[in-house]
Design a protein around this ligand. Structure first.
Ligand SMILES: *[C@@H]1O[C@H](CO)[C@@H](O)[C@H](O)[C@H]1NC(C)=O
Ligand SMILES: *[C@@H]1O[C@H](CO)[C@@H](O)[C@H](O)[C@H]1NC(C)=O
Ligand SMILES: *[C@@H]1O[C@H](CO)[C@@H](O)[C@H](O)[C@H]1NC(C)=O
Ligand SMILES: *[C@@H]1O[C@H](CO)[C@@H](O)[C@H](O)[C@H]1NC(C)=O
Ligand SMILES: *[C@@H]1O[C@H](CO)[C@@H](O)[C@H](O)[C@H]1NC(C)=O
Ligand SMILES: *[C@@H]1O[C@H](CO)[C@@H](O)[C@H](O)[C@H]1NC(C)=O
Ligand SMILES: *[C@@H]1O[C@H](CO)[C@@H](O)[C@H](O)[C@H]1NC(C)=O
Length: 469
């Protein structure tokens, strides 16, 4: 175990006396997910860290396309122009840097040394520069954290500390991992203790029953969040570690944590809040309901109403969930749903329902040529960061959210942030819900436009009153 020795030798490089962001600070924010390698190209102020770079970025080639922490800074204006005030960047820690059966670790999820930065994306001073640039704009910085699984080049290599060391792995002691077994998703114990990955690229499952492992991870994250003034963590594969690991880890980090709990099982997912394992999770249950409701013309609107109500009643704090329509593991929304009207309606639901709206880079550019990983990890720059209709509508939704939050605008004594969404009417194809002063009336009838009648009953608006669309 190298960790404790390393930690004891090196002091904190810098301590910032800023107030760490809490879940309540995050709930009024608007979040944007970035794969660092794919968001912005190298520039005069952001030198390439990989060379040579491919002349065009083919996601199927699964190699580095050149984005860095410094190049993200170039495009913060673009994000603010859409009302985005917080970014989630892909993992920053060092990865295996070799060719694998799944090509290269351009995405950053094959972390073999959490304590060292990934030179493919920049240096310590580059990450500090990004953190400062984000904070100067009043934005928040969230970093993706991978602790559950550590890549190995083969199952046999994973049993030999010498071959792990040869790959510069931080973890070399067999007691750092659970014994090898592949996950059986029908067995909850196996989900937590067995390994992700496969024979071609095993991902060893970290042993969080080993107190040295826990201590190392906690010391590292405490230092890391302070050193770079990180405001939040997105926790990869959160359901693959026993829940009682997380309060100590997120407590050491001292910042907001939102975990990836892949799947539609609300009973399981809501334990992250009911058991107080972490502040928040990514809104997978709501995502599936929005796909079922808005993913095709005249699809199943009751999926949104039913699941939406279950989310509200099962999670003590639905306002902390991060609600998304796309991410790096899922098909682009426009790949499965080409009708823009359906996308716009789903985006409104995503921004007005309880939670932190989360846009995946490229969603605002209507990227659709991306069925799933690796197709959905295109470079953003060929879009020229255009001022698309979707970009403008997201901007408008963020303006509305910000205005009612800043004004503490009320309806019947309820403001936006402190109130829960309430479904007030629905038909097979339409839905109306209120959250504080905002009333959202949505349809999945799709294009072309048609005349239809949908009664929303008591809106609280009196005849002739001015309402803002
Ligand atoms: C804390 O983080 C900084 C910045 O990454 C690093 O230079 C330093 O070595 C770390 N200290 C410890 C004790 O891990
Ligand atoms: C579930 O998985 C665990 C870990 O692999 C294993 O020990 C246990 O036998 C499995 N239980 C069943 C019922 O298969
Ligand atoms: C519509 O969604 C509801 C709620 O999730 C579900 O019970 C119902 O079976 C779905 N109907 C269809 C036709 O898929
Ligand atoms: C969906 O993505 C696949 C490849 O990922 C592409 O071939 C197909 O054309 C896309 N569909 C749409 C509607 O863009
Ligand atoms: C985008 O276009 C709209 C409509 O023309 C305009 O109001 C807005 O200022 C533009 N935004 C940017 C960032 O160029
Ligand atoms: C916010 O307050 C300002 C100033 O009182 C007012 O002009 C504006 O209409 C309000 N906006 C909302 C959305 O409440
Ligand atoms: C909807 O009804 C209005 C008023 O009757 C009419 O002007 C309009 O053409 C209709 N639109 C469609 C798409 O039928």
């Amino acid at each position: 175990m190298l960790g404790l020795a390393k930690l004891a030798l090196v002091g904190l490089t810098s301590l910032h006396s800023v107030h760490a962001a809490t879940a309540d600070d995050w709930r009024g924010r608007s979040l944007y997910q970035i794969i660092t390698d794919r968001f912005a190209p190298p520039s005069d102020t952001a030198p390439a860290r990989t060379s040579p770079l491919p002349s065009t970025c083919d996601p199927l080639a699964q190699t580095w396309c050149g984005g860095t922490w410094l190049s993200i800074i170039d495009k913060l204006d673009y994000l603010q122009g859409m009302g985005i005030d917080s970014i989630w960047i892909s993992p920053v820690s060092r990865n295996i840097d070799v060719y694998t059966p799944y090509n290269y670790a351009y995405h950053g999820y094959w972390v073999n040394d959490p304590t060292t930065l990934n030179p493919r994306f920049g240096t310590e001073s580059d990450l500090l520069a990004l953190s400062s640039a984000v904070h100067e704009r009043g934005m928040y910085l969230m970093v993706d954290i991978v602790v559950n699984n550590i890549p190995s080049l083969s199952v046999s290599a994973s049993l030999s500390s010498s071959s792990l060391a040869a790959d510069n792995s931080y973890w070399t002691d067999p007691s750092d991992f659970h014994p090898q077994c592949w996950i059986d998703y029908s067995n909850a114990t196996s989900v937590e203790y067995c390994w992700l990955g496969d024979d071609k690229l095993p991902l060893m499952d970290v042993n969080t029953e080993n107190p040295n492992v826990v201590q190392t991870l906690q010391s590292w994250i405490a230092n890391f969040t302070k050193a770079y003034t990180i405001d939040g963590l997105r926790i990869d594969a959160a359901k693959h570690i026993p829940g009682d690991f997380w309060p100590g880890f997120c407590g050491a980090a001292g910042v907001f944590c939102t975990g990836e709990v892949y799947g539609s099982d609300i009973g399981f997912a809501s334990q992250f809040q009911t058991q107080q394992w972490m502040d928040s999770i990514l809104g997978y249950p709501l995502y599936y309901s929005l796909v079922n409701a808005f993913g095709a013309p005249m699809a199943n609107m009751s999926a949104f109403v039913d699941i939406g109500k279950q989310v509200l009643s099962s999670f003590p704090h639905p306002e902390y969930l991060a609600n998304f329509l796309e991410n790096h593991d899922l098909p682009r929304w426009r790949n499965t749903t080409v009708d823009p009207q359906l996308a716009y309606n789903a985006i409104v639901a995503q921004h007005i329902f309880d939670g932190i709206p989360l846009i995946y880079y490229g969603q605002e550019q209507d990227f659709g040529d991306g069925a799933a990983d690796p197709h959905n990890r295109e470079a953003l720059w060929p879009s020229d960061y255009a001022n698309t209709t979707t970009y403008q509508r997201i901007g408008r939704l963020n303006k509305i959210r910000k205005a009612v939050i800043a004004n503490n605008t009320q309806y019947a004594g309820h403001n936006f942030l402190d109130s829960r969404a309430t479904f007030i009417a629905s038909s097979n194809y339409d839905v109306a819900f209120r959250k504080g002063p905002i009333l959202a009336v949505l349809t999945n009838r799709g294009s072309p436009s048609q005349n239809a009648t949908f009664g929303v009953g008591q809106t609280g608006f009196t005849s002739q009153s001015d309402i803002v669309e």
